[in-house]
Ligand binder design. Sequence first.
Ligand code: MG
Length: 247
Amino acid sequence: MAQPPPAARHPTNEHTVQAVLWVQRSGEYRALCHQAFNLARRVLDEELKASPASKKRAVVVDVDETVLDNSPYQARLIKTRQAYATATWRQWVDLARAEAMAGAVEFLKHASSRGVEVFYISNRRAEEHAGTLVNLRAKGFPHADNAHLLLRTAEGSKTKRRAAVSATHEIVLLMGDNLNDFSDVFDGKEPAGRIAEVEKLAKEFGRRFIVLPNPLYGDFEDSIYRYNRGLPETEKDVLRKGALKDY
Ligand SMILES: [Mg+2]
C-alpha cells in the first residue's frame, strides 16, 4: 500500500484546538459542568422526596468527559501531531491522573450519602479497568469498585449494561456527554438522524437524562465521518467542511 501523504501521517489536529481551549480555559465550560451537576442534584432530591422506590435507587454516569476530564490527552495529541491511538490512550489511562469534572464528586457523594448507588458505565476497555479505578478513587468518587464499574464488553452499546443495573435498581437518572450514554436509538445514525431522535426525546433532557458538554470528540464527530474513524485526515477534513451549513 502506498504511504499516505505527510499531512495524513502527522495530523495537525488543528480542528480540535478551539475545543480543547474551550474545555481547559473557559469559565463557560466549567459553569456548564456545575449547571449539569446542580440540576442532577435537584432532580435526585425531588425524586427522593416524591415516593419510596420499590428497588434500591441508582444514578448511572459515563466516565470520560462526564466525571473525568481527559482534555490533557487531547492537548498532547495536538502538540505531538498524533491521531488518537489505543496505545497512547492506554498510557494516559494508566497514569490515572485525569482530574474530576467540576461538580462531579460533590454530586455523586451527595447521592451516595442519600443511599443512592452510583454505577459507572463506560466504554473504556477491560484492560483499562485498574487504571480507571485508581483514578476514580484518587479523586474521591464513591462506589469506585468492581461491582460499580461496567466497562466495554464485546459491544459498544451500553443497553445491556443499563439493563443489568435496572434489574436490581431503579435508575433515577443517566448522565453522559455522548447520546449513546442514554439510549441506543442514536447508534449508527447520520447527524440529522441523531438530531431527530433528540427532538423525540426532548422532554427527557434535564429530567432523566442530563448531558455534559463535550466538543472534543464523540459520536457527533464520528457520524460526520459515517463512522469511518480510520479515514485519512485529509478525507475527514473534506467531510467536516462539507457538513458545515451556511446561509
Ligand atoms: Mg464519555
